[in-house]
Structures are given as C-alpha cells and as structure tokens.
Ligand binder design. Structure first.
Ligand SMILES: [Zn+2]
Length: 227
C-alpha cells in the first residue's frame, strides 16, 4: 500500500523524474520554472523531501537533487497512473488526444492500486501511452525507449515518431494536423544551421513541412538509419 502524499509532493517527484532524463542532478531553477513556483519554495520542498523517512530526495545545496529509490518508485507509480489514465480516457471514454492530459493530471493522484490494475487489464496491459510514452510496468520498471530527439536529426536520415510531449493541447492539435503522431514515418530533407529548422517529408502527407527547434526538441524519435 502506497503512503498517501500530497498532490504537490507527487508532482515534484514526477517532474524531477522527467527532468532527470537529461541530467544527473536537477536544480532549483529548473523545477521552479517547470512547476511555475518560486525558487524559495522549491528549496523548502527539496529540504522537506530529503528529510522524509525514508528520504525521497538526495539534496546537495547549490547542486540540486536526485531521486532516492523510494522517490523514484513514487514518481514511476504516478507516471504509470497518468499514462494508463490517458489511454483509458481516450479508448474507453472517447476523449481526444489533446483533452486527456489535464484530466489525468488530476486523477493520477487519487486512483487506488485496484483501480489502476483494472484499467491496465481492460487496456490489455499496454507498454506505450496515448502520446507514445513508455508506461512503467507493474513492478515499476520503465520499458526501453529511444532517447533521441528529432532536433538531433539531419538530412537523409529517416525516422519514426516515438512520442511527443503531452501537456499542451494546442501543440497536440498542431502535431495531428501535420501527421506527426507516434508511429509516423518521415525523412529529413533539409536542415538550416542558422535557425535550426528542419524540413521533413512525413509519409502520407502531400507537402513537406518545416519545423523549428521549439517543436523538434519535443519529439522523441527512433532513427531508422544513420547514412
Ligand atoms: Zn499527460
């Protein structure tokens, strides 16, 4: 049975987990920006979570935090809830792919382990979420997933969209109109080093599209060849 933590604490742990993908320690400023709170309240929370028993964070002043095993388990549990709920809302309740995130952000904190399990069974134990993200399994292990971004690809490379960031409904609607959904295959036609724009041909789309770095940095891809 999971210890009941506040929604705020769970949101911190989830965000620290997400930001840890790119860095060893996550800093106060990164979390303050991501959660839209003051740096002072982030520092307070870091201290508080590092003093829990067992500690949820490993905190070094001026260097930031790392999740402990305990903190990481909670983050993965919440992510599992979130991603299962998004799929459930879409597949069973008919929500569109840009509507599920806000609802899942609320529900992820309150569902029981029994509810989670029934959702997983109804969905056939999915390994990927609605936006392509890997879903941690029952033992809270994250399935393998690519770590490359479209941003890093160059002309003549081919790839498949793996997953997209899920928290901005307008962005998700834009991606859908461009055919940039998980599983979509594409090739990179051109790269402009001055503004980091990429020109893509997406399979099944009539016209090539040009995407800026603010978009390409949010799309995870599987690179098909590296010619
Ligand atoms: Zn989401």
């Amino acid at each position: 049975m999971r210890k009941r933590l506040s929604d705020t604490v769970e949101d911190y742990l989830k965000m620290i987990y997400k930001l840890s993908a790119d860095t060893e320690r996550v800093g106060t400023g990164q979390i303050a920006e991501a959660l839209e709170v003051s740096p002072a309240s982030v520092t307070d929370m870091f201290q508080r979570l590092a003093n829990e028993n067992p500690p949820l964070l490993d905190y070094i002043k001026h260097q930031g935090v790392k999740l402990t095993n305990e903190g990481r388990k909670i983050a993965l549990e919440i992510l599992r809830h979130h991603r299962l709920l998004e799929l459930f809302l879409h597949e069973v309740l008919g929500y569109s792919w840009d509507q599920v995130h806000a609802e899942a952000d609320r529900l992820e904190h309150v569902i029981s382990e029994k509810f989670e399990e029934r959702v997983a069974v109804v969905l056939g134990d999915p390994q990927r979420g609605l936006h392509g993200e890997p879903i941690p399994n029952r033992n809270l292990e994250m399935p393998d997933h690519p770590t490359s971004y479209l941003h890093d690809m160059r002309p003549e490379q081919r790839g498949v969209i793996h997953s997209v960031s899920d928290d901005d409904p307008g962005f998700l609607r834009f991606l859908k109109t461009q055919g940039l959904v998980p599983g979509a295959e594409f090739s990179v036609v051109d790269f402009s080093p001055y503004d980091n724009n990429l020109r893509l041909q997406v399979n099944g789309q009539d016209q090539e599209i040009v995407l800026g770095a603010s978009v390409t940095a949010q799309l995870k891809v599987e690179i098909k060849n590296a010619s």
